[in-house]
Design a protein around this ligand. Structure first.
Ligand SMILES: Cc1cc2nc3c(=O)[nH]c(=O)nc-3n(C[C@H](O)[C@H](O)[C@H](O)COP(=O)(O)OP(=O)(O)OC[C@H]3O[C@@H](n4cnc5c(N)ncnc54)[C@H](O)[C@@H]3O)c2cc1C
Ligand code: SF4
Ligand code: SF4
Length: 400
């Protein structure tokens, strides 16, 4: 046997590269009984081994890069880009730079109106909004590897942003390195399936008074800039903001209950990264309280010489500060180890697929009773808190 039949389900990330490169059309991507896509090799397979040769999961891990990585806490200076972004808006801002300054092609993840999550080219600056925000679902890479390759061959700059396994899959597909390719890998603790998310929307539609128009995982408001709240917009225009722990799907995601099998065995959850840049939610944020207080911030790791040269050109777009990489690695679990597979994971995924939501409600936290002090604090707009903070800082500074 010389095909991806040799790739165990617990390492296959479902990138679909094998199906695309098979010269005989013998591989199709199919959903398993838990809703995750895997390649199915048909009896027409000629055992040529091409699929295996392109499979990033089947290859051994690379050795550590020679480049000395650098790490920054950062926040985009562009208020609009920053506000709509998951953390500090690094991805949105670098995407804008590629489109505006380099006439580059940018690839990122979007969610369609029917709640399918997939990768697509972001064709202009207006479309950046589509890729902003984290969609905590496996993104179907569709034809983007082929489109990116075409642009690279034609000498155009390409920026590809995705999970580390997607970046590894892209590089494995391209075979040779391209000087005009830049990649950003997201710090990643795992992905639920598109099927399970669609089942969830179906459930909300069935049980709610009105159908869901849109769902987004990370949202900032004037009262909470951390972004750990889902926004659900109904067809009648009503919007609700729900804390991640109190929103059922988000909560299952955050607890690591519904990921793809390969995520519990992820070889990319380590300090040596796949992308030129790595971006995530800055886990050592609390150690830099005086850096843009009250705002979420990205941590950005520079992983290659090429990225370091680009960072020098784009750093003016950000508020940033160099931070200790080892501390960030220690505090951000997915930079050193992957999520453990919970015993009830399969059962939960099956319950989702069978629409057995009553059995799952226990995974959502009930809104906790908050003390008066905390309630008052959460009702003060961040802009006011910031003013008070600046006045206090000034007074303390004068006294000392
Ligand atoms: C599945 C997933 C798990 C994550 N887990 C962690 C974690 O454990 N720890 C941590 O520190 N950070 C994690 N992140 C990263 C974090 O949520 C932010 O995406 C990151 O900080 C970038 O923020 P930003 O403000 O620069 O992005 P934005 O400017 O908001 O842009 C978001 C970028 O993310 C990409 N993207 C969105 N959804 C997906 C997806 N499903 N697949 C591939 N790419 C996607 C978009 O293409 C876009 O480029 C995760 C992200 C994802 C998608
Ligand atoms: S990781 Fe990608 S290329 Fe490898 S078997 Fe899975 S879908 Fe195919
Ligand atoms: S946890 Fe690993 S395998 Fe899973 S989506 Fe993230 S990078 Fe890919």
């Amino acid at each position: 046997m010389n095909s991806v039949k040799l790739v165990e389900n617990n390492i296959c990330t479902g990138c679909g590269t094998c199906a695309g490169v098979c010269p005989n059309g013998s591989i199709e991507m199919e959903c398993d009984k838990l809703g995750f896509v895997y390649p199915k090799v048909s009896s027409s397979c000629i055992d040529c081994g091409k699929c295996l040769a392109y499979c990033h999961a089947f290859k051994n891990k690379k050795t550590s890069p020679l480049f000395t990585q650098k790490c920054y806490i950062c926040l985009s200076k562009d208020k609009k880009l920053e506000s709509n972004s998951a953390s500090g808006g690094f991805c949105a801002s670098i995407a804008e730079f590629f489109i505006k300054k380099l006439n580059g092609a940018v690839f990122g993840c979007i969610m369609s109106e029917d709640f399918t999550v997939f990768h697509a080219e972001i064709k202009n600056t207006d479309e950046i909004a589509l890729m902003q925000g984290s969609k905590y679902i496996q993104s179907d890479i569709k034809n983007t590897f082929y489109e990116a390759k075409q642009y690279l061959e034609n000498g155009r700059y390409v920026l590809y942003i995705g999970t580390p396994c997607q970046i590894a899959a892209l590089k494995s597909f391209l075979i040779k390195p391209y000087e005009n390719l830049y990649t950003v890998d997201l710090i990643c603790h795992g992905v639920p399936s598109n099927t399970s998310f669609k089942k969830y929307i179906e459930y909300l539609n069935k049980t709610g008074k009105e159908k869901v128009k849109s769902y987004s995982f990370r949202n900032k408001t004037g009262f909470d800039r951390t972004g750990y709240q889902a926004k659900i917009e109904l067809k009648n225009g009503k919007r609700s903001y729900i804390k991640s722990s109190e929103e059922l799907f988000f909560s299952l995601f955050s607890q690591g209950k519904i990921y793809r099998d390969s995520c519990y065995n992820c070889k990319y959850a380590r300090p040596e990264r796949e992308g030129d840049f790595t971006c995530g939610d800055c886990a050592s944020r609390n150690l830099y309280k005086d850096f843009m207080p009250f705002e979420a911030a990205s941590s950005v790791v520079i992983n290659s010489k090429k990225a370091a040269l680009l960072w020098d050109k784009i750093k003016g777009y950000f508020y940033f500060r160099a931070i200790d990489l080892q501390t960030e690695i220690k505090l951000n679990r997915q930079l050193h180890e992957c999520t453990e597979k919970p015993e009830d994971r399969d059962e939960i995924c099956l319950n989702i697929l069978n629409g057995n939501w009553d059995a799952l409600k226990k995974y959502r936290k009930k809104p906790a009773a908050v003390g008066l002090g905390k309630m008052l604090m959460s009702n003060i707009p961040v802009s006011v808190k910031r003013k008070i903070y600046n006045i206090l800082k000034l007074k303390i500074g004068k006294r000392s």
